[in-house]
Design a binder for this molecule. Structure first.
Ligand SMILES: [Zn+2]
Length: 332
C-alpha cells in the first residue's frame, strides 16, 4: 500500500514584504486543520525556525514580537499535541535580518546555508533545532532545505549528522534553479520515493546515515502557466492567496521558459497548482516505485480555490494511507 504525506512549509515571505504572522501562517493553517480534521488526517509541518529563533531573541525588547512568539508557539504546540509532525525548515537569512520596531528588515545576501562557514552551519542547525525541541520535545529528525538549496550537501552534512537530522525531504525530480539567491539541480536523482544516502542525496548508498523522502513531481505543459497568468489577473477572490506578503519572483528567463516548454513542478496544494493534484496522484500510481506520494504546500500560498481542491482530493481518496514523517522516526 502506498502512503500519502501532506507536508507544509510553515513560514512568512522573504522579500521586502514578509507579510503578517496572522495571514501568512496562523489563519491559513487553522483553515487547513479544519479540513484535515474532518478526515482525520495528520500532516507534517516544516517550521521556518530561524524566524522563531529571532522572535525568541528579540521578544524581551519588542512586546509586539513577544505576542507573535506566544501565538506561533501555541499553534506549533497544538499541532504537535494533535499528532502532526513538527520538523525543521532552515532559512538562514534570518541570521542577517533585523527588526526596527515596526517591520522586519530582511537581508537575503546569505539566502543559502552554504554561504556560512561550517562552524556557523553547525551552530545554526543546533539553534534552529533547539528552538523546536524546546517547544515540542525531542522529536526533530527531519529537514527541508530553505528554497530547496541543499547542494552541495557535503558542506552541511556534518552539522545535520551531529544533530541527528537523518531524514531529508527536499529533492524533487528534475528540479533545477540557478539564480542570484538559489542554486539546486536534482536532474540525476534516483527514480524512487525513498532511499538511503551518505554524501550526496542524489546518490543512493544502501547503508548511508541519511534517508531521502523526496517531494513528488509532475510534468507541466506551458498551457498551465498561461492559465496561471490569466487566473492571477482575472481569477477573483477565490484565487487570492491568504498570505499578505510578497514572494521574491523568479527571473524573467525562468518565466519565459515556463510559458514555452514543459517544466517539472512539485506536487503542491498552493494556489492554482492544486488544480493538478489528482492528475499528479494518478500518474504517480502508475510508477514502478510508488511508495510515498509527498505533497508540499505553504499556508501563505493557499487560497479558497486550493482548499476546495484539497478537500475534493481527500474526499476522492478517503481510504488511502495518510502518514506523517513520524512514521520514519525509528529509522535512524
Ligand atoms: Zn521555505
Amino acid at each position: 500500500m502506498n502512503n500519502i504525506l501532506i507536508t507544509l512549509d510553515y513560514e512568512l515571505f522573504f522579500g521586502s514584504k514578509v507579510g503578517t504572522l496572522e495571514n501568512c501562517i496562523l489563519t491559513p493553517t487553522s483553515k487547513l486543520l479544519n479540513i484535515l480534521d474532518k478526515y482525520g488526517i495528520k500532516a507534517t509541518f516544516f517550521v521556518d525556525s530561524g524566524y522563531l529563533v529571532k522572535l525568541e531573541e528579540l521578544k524581551e525588547q519588542f512586546p509586539i514580537l513577544e505576542k507573535e512568539y506566544d501565538a506561533i508557539s501555541s499553534q506549533i504546540k497544538e499541532l504537535d499535541r494533535d499528532g502532526h509532525s513538527i520538523q525543521l525548515h532552515i532559512h538562514p537569512h534570518w541570521e542577517d535580518s533585523s527588526f526596527d520596531g515596526e517591520r522586519w528588515i530582511i537581508d537575503t545576501k546569505r539566502y543559502r546555508l552554504h554561504q556560512f562557514s561550517e562552524e556557523e552551519i553547525d551552530n545554526i542547525v543546533y539553534r534552529y533545532k533547539k528552538v523546536l525541541t524546546d517547544m515540542v520535545g525531542d522529536k526533530i529528525f527531519a529537514h527541508r532545505a530553505g528554497g530547496w538549496c541543499i547542494q552541495p550537501f557535503s558542506k552541511i552534512k556534518n552539522a545535520l549528522k551531529k544533530h541527528n537530522i537523518f531524514l531529508d525531504s527536499t529533492l524533487f525530480k528534475n528540479g533545477k534553479n540557478d539564480s542570484q539567491t538559489h542554486y539546486f539541480d536534482f536532474k540525476d536523482m534516483p527514480d524512487k520515493t525513498e532511499w538511503r544516502f551518505e554524501d550526496d542525496p542524489l546518490k543512493e548508498s544502501k547503508n548511508g546515515f541519511f534517508k531521502e523522502v523526496p517531494i513528488s513531481d509532475y510534468k507541466l505543459s506551458p498551457l498551465f502557466f498561461w492559465k496561471l497568468v490569466y487566473i492571477k489577473k482575472f481569477g477573483g477572490a477565490e484565487h487570492q492567496p491568504f498570505g499578505d506578503g510578497l514572494a521574491t519572483g523568479g527571473s524573467r528567463l525562468d518565466k519565459l521558459r515556463m510559458l514555452t516548454t514543459y517544466t517539472h513542478s512539485v506536487v503542491s496544494i498552493d494556489g492554482f497548482k492544486s488544480s493538478f493534484l489528482e492528475k499528479a496522484y494518478q500518474s504517480f500510481l502508475k510508477r514502478r516505485d510508488c511508495k510515498n506520494f509527498v505533497v508540499i504546500g505553504h499556508p501563505k500560498a493557499m487560497s479558497g480555490y486550493s482548499f476546495k481542491k484539497l478537500e475534493r482530493f481527500l474526499l476522492d481518496n478517503k481510504n488511502r494511507n495518510y502518514i506523517t514523517l513520524r512514521s520514519f522516526e525509528n529509522e535512524l
